[in-house]
Design a protein around this ligand. Structure first.
Ligand SMILES: NC(=O)c1ccc[n+]([C@@H]2O[C@H](COP(=O)([O-])OP(=O)(O)OC[C@H]3O[C@@H](n4cnc5c(N)ncnc54)[C@H](O)[C@@H]3O)[C@@H](O)[C@H]2O)c1
Length: 318
């Protein structure tokens, strides 16, 4: 594929900088723009990343740009087809994602307004936490159609689940398929009926109690990393997920990925951002893909929707 287009990553912290580097290493974009409000940080990181080009052999250029809260510097993202919003505080040990809501809502609202002003045609991928709520807020604040604003969580939760299953069974990671839907948090919905190892149902390979243990570890996957790091949260697996989503959009690939998308009637649920499988393309979410769920899985998804619906309504006032 020819190299083309511009992708912007807002927030040059751990999540944003690793995402920018991954996007650049794909070597499919003309430019990756990395911004932050800390003066010099995005420029310094971009310079460092550009110096990896001869070693890794990619042509994509990384542009760093300090931005001001009133939108100074946002001209740098003009013409971006995709914007990944990573700006916002990460958790500290013992904090829930929801403890970040007030602080990050202010940041995500301000960033989204500037994105709408400077990259009005972009597909927006949100990663700031609490994820489902910040995705809903970014759609409100940009005023973009729902299908052009989506969030990253399900790919990460699914990747964590897959990793734990592969470790438990001692099998190659590529032989394992798992799936989580629902919200990025307590109401994450694992989908055992979609979990297989080399085509064999997971339930035939592991006892129910062990699967439940791995599901619990997946649900707490972010907190486990936060507790070990003591400062900051996970970013290698999260950035891999966000970068893959951006790539699916850039390549108009039609990949079906678990993402946080606007649900409008699928699974009998409407009017909420929720973790579901969606087909991604140049326009963002082409469609939400409904799969056959067991009655228990369907009920859990319905409960997750109601839990996030209440919180998403709250963000309108933040
Ligand atoms: N969705 C997920 O699966 C997932 C996974 C991991 C982390 N996260 C979230 O991603 C976010 C970023 O995490 P991180 O590890 O990169 O944190 P970090 O603290 O390393 O970086 C955050 C960056 O955002 C910048 N920032 C703050 N306000 C800004 C603004 N108005 N405009 C531009 N930049 C601004 C900060 O200066 C900082 O550099 C957090 O909210 C974290 O909880 C989400």
């Amino acid at each position: 594929m020819a190299r083309s287009g511009k992708v912007a990553v807002i927030g040059a912290g751990f999540y944003g900088s690793t995402t920018a580097q991954r996007l650049a290493e794909y070597d499919i974009f003309e430019t990756v723009v990395l911004t932050d409000i800390i003066e010099g940080k995005p420029e310094g990181l971009a310079l460092d990343m550009n110096q990896s080009r001869p070693v890794e052999g990619f042509e994509t250029k990384i542009v760093g740009q300090t931005t001001g809260r009133s939108g100074e510097g946002y001209e740098a993202i003009a013409g971006s087809g995709i914007v990944v919003i990573t700006a916002g505080l990460p958790r500290k040990p013992g904090m829930s994602r929801m403890d970040l809501i007030e602080t990050n809502a202010k940041i995500v609202r301000q960033v989204s307004e500037n994105v709408a002003a400077h990259a009005p045609g972009a597909v927006v991928i949100v990663v700031s936490n609490p994820l489902d709520e910040m995705t809903a807020l970014a759609q409100l604040a940009t005023g973009f159609p729902h299908q052009r604003v989506l969030g990253q969580a399900g790919m990460l939760d699914t990747a964590r689940f897959t990793h734990f299953v592969a470790e438990e069974l001692g099998v190659p990671i590529t032989s394992v398929t798992t799936l989580t839907l629902g919200s990025h948090g307590d109401t994450m919905v694992p989908v055992p009926s979609a979990c297989e190892v080399d085509g064999k149902p997971l339930a035939e390979l592991l006892p129910a109690g062990k699967i439940e243990e791995l599901v619990t570890r997946t649900r707490n996957g972010g907190a486990e990393v936060v507790a070990l790091l003591k400062t900051g949260s996970a970013y290698y697996a999260p950035s891999a997920a966000a970068a893959r989503m951006a790539r699916a959009v850039a390549e108009d690939s039609g990949a079906i990925l678990p993402v946080c998308a606007w649900v409008d009637g699928e699974y009998g649920i409407s009017g909420v951002y929720l973790g579901v499988e969606a087909e991604l393309g140049r326009t963002g979410v082409r469609r939400v893909v409904e799969r056959d769920l067991t009655p228990d899985e369907r009920a859990a998804l319905g409960q997750a929707a109601e839990a996030v619906r209440a919180k998403q309504a709250d963000v309108q006032t933040l």
